[in-house]
Design a protein around this ligand. Structure first.
Ligand SMILES: Cc1ncc(COP(=O)(O)O)c(C=O)c1O
Length: 378
């Protein structure tokens, strides 16, 4: 094993255990991005240069639709999943939207006061019963993420989606941490709209996608041009669109093998930590978790201190969501699961991906145990 997993990675990934914040780039995606870059025409221009650029964007749109089982007209390229989430949810500004208590800030903070908040249970799952409880007669949209970015807990999107469909309620699914990590057939997943981001799938930053089955329900946030069928103005990037399409295709093709390997690594890390610290808390149930993510806390040891020690030892982990890194506020996601502020501040997120090797995992466990021991004794 060892270094082979690093072969396709751009950059030094040996100590990187923060894939949920962003993934290193895959050389295949970087190459597609670089090769498409020189097609410099404006996709809206009618001449040859413009047509060539347009063709790359439309080819990418077709391919993204294909991996999700939707027609290309349902695919809107955006700058990020944050924008995709905002674009969809703000389209429901005139009515009531229920969001789950564990959504990423790009969903949770769209409104100061959402129409309702669906609670999670102690294992981090948003149950259908809690969604129903949060809904009122005016609810027209429900937002439940597919996999939580901090805990890796997979949410019952199929059950919630079927129920929403029967009620005629729109279900928006933030699929950022799920695509390529859950063994779902997206074509059979009952979502009304979903968001994805290339930089969580080994692609570049700066492109996301909103997939929406009834595209007419979208109210544009950015107006001015007629790009993206009028739903998202601004000159498209053919190179980023191509990179997004390949990121999703590779994740769909290679996800199952990657996850088989990573679930063994996740278990090895879990066992290594529990053997060293029998009082360590693992958040959520293993059967509900994606293979890439483990959220762990050792009582009496602050997560932030572990993160800093691991950084000094050459390893990246995180506490709270990536977007709030640097903040010492406890994670609202972990608090929503019923943990105290003190407990939430002890949590550390360990996340892996395509390039993680067995050798990295073994070195990681040694470094983590040493860091926590040192902090316990300090
Ligand atoms: C679950 C989830 N949704 C949305 C986002 C935002 O994605 P982007 O960085 O493309 O805006 C993230 C990023 O951390 C995420 O983890």
């Amino acid at each position: 094993m060892g270094l082979d997993s690093h072969r396709l990675a751009v950059g030094d990934v040996k100590g990187y255990f923060d894939y949920n914040a962003t993934s290193p780039m895959d050389v295949r995606i970087r190459d597609t991005w670089a090769i498409s870059g020189p097609t410099f025409g404006n996709p809206s221009s009618l001449h040859k240069w413009g047509r060539e650029a347009k063709e790359l964007v439309e080819d990418a749109r077709y391919r993204v639709g294909d991996v999700l089982g939707v027609s290309p007209e349902c695919v809107i390229f955006t700058s990020s999943a944050t924008e995709a989430n905002n674009l969809m949810l703000r389209s429901f500004s005139d009515s009531e939207v229920v969001v789950s208590a564990i959504e990423h800030p790009s969903v949770a903070k769209v409104w100061d006061v959402p129409g309702g908040i669906a609670a999670v249970d102690a294992s981090g799952v948003v149950t259908l019963a809690n969604v129903k409880k949060a809904m009122g007669p005016k609810t027209t949209c429900v937002a439940v993420m597919a996999v939580n970015n901090e805990t890796g807990i997979i949410q019952p999107v199929h059950e919630i989606g079927e129920w929403c469909e029967a009620q005629g309620v729109h279900l928006h699914v933030d699929g950022v941490q799920a695509f390529g990590r859950v063994n779902w057939d997206w074509e059979d997943t009952p979502f009304s709209s979903a968001s994805f981001s290339a930089h969580k799938l080994y692609g570049p930053k700066g492109i996301g996608v909103l997939v929406v089955k009834t595209v007419d329900s979208v109210v544009p946030l950015i107006k001015g041009g007629s790009q993206e069928m009028g739903f998202r103005s601004g000159t498209e990037s053919p190179a980023l669109a191509q990179a997004m399409a390949l990121s999703m295709e590779l994740a769909a093709q290679e996800g199952p093998d990657d996850m088989a390997k990573l679930s063994e690594y996740r278990d090895t890390i879990m066992d290594g930590i529990l053997n060293a610290f029998s009082d360590a808390r693992i958040l959520g149930n293993k059967e509900d978790m994606v293979a890439t993510t483990l959220n762990v806390a050792v009582p009496g040891v602050r997560g932030e201190a572990v993160m800093m020690r691991m950084d000094l030892a050459g390893f990246a982990v995180s506490t709270g969501s990536a977007c709030s890194t640097g903040s010492v506020e406890p994670s609202p996601v972990i608090m929503a699961m019923g943990h105290s502020k003190h407990e939430a501040l002890e949590s550390v997120r360990i996340s892996m991906g395509r390039f993680t090797s067995e050798a990295d995992v073994l070195r990681f466990i040694d470094a983590y145990v040493a860091a926590v021991m040192a902090l316990k004794n300090s």
